[in-house]
Write a protein that binds this ligand. Structure first.
Ligand SMILES: *Cc1c(COP(=O)(O)O)cnc(C)c1O
Length: 398
């Protein structure tokens, strides 16, 4: 079917919650996507930081195909070999103690909130605990995750949300201290804010939060759903700071395309929070998605993905810095590794991304004035050059 026709028919049936670009994708290969009319696109979005290995990875595809032939799903009443493998690998990679697999990032956040509340409840049997979250954060669209998402526009129509949430300013420790009370049970933040505009946590900020949490037995929840899985050059971004989170959430690139997330607990939290009957999911961690997770960790190791990120990321930074130097309209570059953002002096991000799509380059925004670069981790220098060339062409045309 022709793209125009296909899009019109889709729009007859889909709930209109997205303003999609006028593209129907057919397949991917490496770091490129192809639409149904054969046009090729360089992908610097990676399905929103999901397709860390790009498209058509042979090892990954073969592992998933063979799992389809064996077993897709059994429920969490039983064990499976892929579940064992995936659990062992995510725990080894993160340095945490226990994992609960979910179907999405938002559900990982829900689990993290429940574990934190249960931990506090077991201490004092009270139901009035508070969580401190950050302004400009993004933790997902379900009601619990939305409640800790510091975006008034996303929240307003859906109130009342869950209670006991206070918002502090990211990278402003005094505003966090102002939110503290004797009912504070957890502080939740992204190690690097993604959707809010690509803001890495400053060392002093996150390390002072850690100190406060240690002092008062408040749980530190780090959301690594976007910045985790090697994107910043280490498997999880928090390991670049002097912190030891109690709960970590992960998703997006965890399964590189299959819907899977997880929340990870340290020993203290695992021993003193959720028990049988407290939490569950029908699909979460089924053999199919766990085969994906397990294989992703294998490929990261065998193909030296982290080393590759550390090699290629400085080149991307350099190219982006050159653009900042050259174009008045670009205010600054922020980010770590292959999670980068360019902030513009004007709200032109949407317009630039639309033009990029026309020019065969997939990018995403992070707010109205930031362009986000979260490519597959397997990009090469030539792809960075190609991206920069198209990007400059667009800037010149504006
Ligand atoms: C994407 C994202 C989420 C939500 O994940 P979903 O799978 O869309 O529910 C939560 N936190 C962060 C930091 C994210 O980037």
């Amino acid at each position: 079917m022709e793209m125009k026709e296909s899009i019109m028919e889709s729009e007859e049936y889909l709930l209109h919650t997205y303003n999609r670009y006028q593209v129907v994708f057919d397949h991917g290969e490496g770091v490129y996507l192809y639409d149904t009319e054969g046009k090729k696109y360089l992908d610097f979005c990676a399905g929103i930081a999901v397709q860390a290995l790009g498209y058509g990875n042979k090892k990954y595809d073969t592992a998933l195909k063979s799992q389809i032939d064996k077993l897709l799903h059994t429920s969490n009443y039983f064990y499976s070999e892929p579940l064992r493998e995936a659990a062992k690998k995510v725990i080894k990679a993160s340095g945490m103690s226990r994992v609960f697999f979910t179907n999405s990032g938002a559900e990982a956040i829900e689990g993290a909130i429940k574990a934190a509340r249960k931990y506090a409840y077991l201490k004092d049997k009270k139901n009035d605990h508070e969580i401190i979250a950050m302004r400009k954060s993004f933790h997902g669209r379900s009601l619990g995750a939305l409640s800790v998402t510091g975006n008034e526009h996303y929240q307003e129509p859906f109130k009342p949300l869950i209670g006991g949430i206070k918002f502090a300013q990211y990278n402003d420790i005094e505003s966090v201290k102002a939110c503290l009370s004797d009912r504070t049970c957890a502080i939740i933040l992204e190690t690097i804010q993604g959707e809010g505009g690509i803001y890495p946590a400053e060392d002093a900020f996150i390390e002072e939060i850690q100190r406060i949490c240690d002092e008062r037995d408040i749980l530190l929840i780090l959301d690594e759903i976007q910045c985790g899985m090697g994107r910043t050059g280490t498997m999880y971004a928090f390991s670049q700071y002097q912190v030891h989170p109690d709960i970590v959430t992960t998703a997006k690139a965890l399964g590189c395309g299959v819907p899977v997330g997880a929340f990870l607990l340290n020993e203290k939290t695992a021993k003193n929070s959720l028990v049988p009957g407290d939490h569950g999911t029908t699909y979460g961690g089924n053999p199919f998605v766990c085969q994906a997770v397990s294989t992703v960790f294998d490929i990261f190791e065998e193909d030296h993905i982290l080393e590759h990120v550390n090699e290629i990321a400085p080149y991307l930074e350099q190219k982006l810095d050159e653009l900042v130097e050259k174009y008045e309209i670009i205010a600054e570059r922020r980010g770590r590794g292959l999670m980068q953002g360019l902030e513009f002096a004007e709200p032109v991000a949407g317009k630039i991304v639309a033009k990029a799509v026309e020019n065969g380059l997939i990018l995403i925004t992070a707010g109205t004035n930031v362009i986000r670069f979260v490519p597959p981790l397997v990009i090469e220098k030539e792809h960075v050059d190609q991206m920069a060339e198209i990007f400059e062409k667009i800037l010149k045309s504006m």
